[in-house]
Ligand binder design. Structure first.
Ligand code: URA
Length: 237
């Protein structure tokens, strides 16, 4: 079968399709003994031999899909320059090489999907897909009706307005309140920046849902495999 090199690499679980493109352009991928940097390159998966980082890339492995309840204090990158724990440290019993779908900050807890299905990762993290992500946050103070309206209209962060977002107050306290926030984009530290912008900074942040997938009673630090129905749901998004 003829497929594009970056698709082959992502399906083989090497990296997301976008990351695979970067690897190709960086000269890290060889086809039949020659470095290929051309992104349009197609390969024959039956005949051509692909090497990444001088290791043979094997065709498709078993695809697995995991939901992890990430604790605070873990990075979602596969390696950390400061040697901090990574989410992969929590998946020691998983033998396949999986990658996080998108990211959660070091100090954010909650729902993180991980898979070796590069094609799905590519689709789910592509900005045009805009999958709803639901967060529960503890904020300093209590946002006003005007703040809630501001969320609905979009909040200016890093010089660019966000898409409309939902903010709902779940519980009010003396110093803090608990809120539910639903956003569609995945900009860097978006929820924290949006709350900062309305002057109710985040004290604690947890992602509880991605689309219709929810953490429910999955314990912090634990993971589970997605059901076939959940996998099909993500593929259809
Ligand atoms: N928004 C944030 O600010 N942090 C996250 O980890 C996720 C969304």
């Amino acid at each position: 079968m003829q497929i594009r090199l970056q698709k082959f690499l992502s399906e083989a679980g090497i990296a997301s399709r976008r990351k695979a493109e970067i690897l190709i352009m960086a000269g890290k991928v060889e086809v039949n003994g020659k470095i290929v940097t051309e992104l349009g390159t197609k390969i024959d998966t039956e005949k051509d031999v692909v090497y990444y980082n001088h290791k043979k890339v094997e065709k498709k492995q078993k695809l697995i899909y995991i939901m992890l309840h990430k604790p605070e204090g873990y990075v979602t990158t596969v390696k950390d320059q400061f040697q901090r724990p990574t989410v992969l440290d929590l998946l020691k019993t998983v033998k396949e090489r999986v990658y996080p779908v998108g990211r959660l900050d070091y100090d954010t807890s909650g729902l993180l999907l991980l898979t070796n299905d590069g094609a799905l990762t590519y689709r789910l993290t592509h900005p045009k897909h805009n999958i709803e992500k639901t967060y529960e946050a503890k904020l300093f103070g209590t946002p006003s009706e005007a703040d809630i309206l501001q969320f609905r209209k979009g909040v200016l962060i890093d010089g660019k307005k966000t898409q409309p977002a939902k903010l709902e107050i779940l519980e009010k306290g003396e110093k803090y309140c608990t809120v539910r926030i639903i956003i569609q984009e995945g900009r860097n530290r978006q929820v924290r920046k949006m709350c900062q912008a309305i002057k109710h900074p985040v004290a604690q942040l947890k992602r509880v849902g991605t689309g219709t997938l929810y953490l429910k009673n999955l314990e912090k630090g634990k993971y589970r495999y997605l059901t076939e129905k959940e996998i099909q749901y993500l593929k259809k998004l």
